[in-house]
Design a protein around this ligand. Structure first.
Ligand SMILES: [Zn+2]
Length: 102
C-alpha cells in the first residue's frame, strides 16, 4: 500500500514578504484574493473558463475581488444576451403583452 501522500503541483508562490497591492483600488493588501485575468474576454475569474487564455493571477482585496467578479459576470451576461439575440432590437415587449382590443 502507498503511504497516501499525494503531491500537488503548486503554482509558483509570489514573494510573501512583499505586500501586494490591489489591482482594482491600489491599496496595500493584508489579505490577498487572487483572480485570473482572461486574455480572451478581458474579465477576471476565480477559475478561468476552459479554453480561455490566461494573463495570469492578479491580487485583489477581498471586497474588490467580489466587486470585480460581479462586474465580470455582468459583462459576460451582457455579451451572452448580445449573442443570443439575432437581431439588435433590445426589447420586443409588444409581442409578449396580450393585445387588448377595445
Ligand atoms: Zn481594492
Amino acid at each position: 500500500m502507498e503511504s497516501g501522500t499525494m503531491k500537488f503541483e503548486k503554482p509558483e508562490k509570489k514573494q510573501e514578504s512583499k505586500q501586494e497591492r490591489c489591482e482594482r483600488c491600489g491599496e496595500k493588501l493584508k489579505k490577498v484574493k487572487w483572480l485570473e485575468h482572461s486574455n480572451t474576454d478581458g474579465n477576471y475569474y476565480e477559475t478561468i473558463p476552459h479554453g480561455h487564455v490566461s494573463q495570469g493571477l492578479f491580487p485583489f482585496g477581498v471586497e474588490c475581488a467580489t466587486q470585480q467578479l460581479i462586474e465580470s459576470r455582468n459583462n459576460i451576461e451582457k455579451k451572452r444576451s448580445d449573442w443570443q439575440s439575432p437581431n439588435p432590437a433590445p426589447y420586443e415587449d409588444n409581442s409578449l403583452l396580450p393585445i387588448a382590443d377595445t
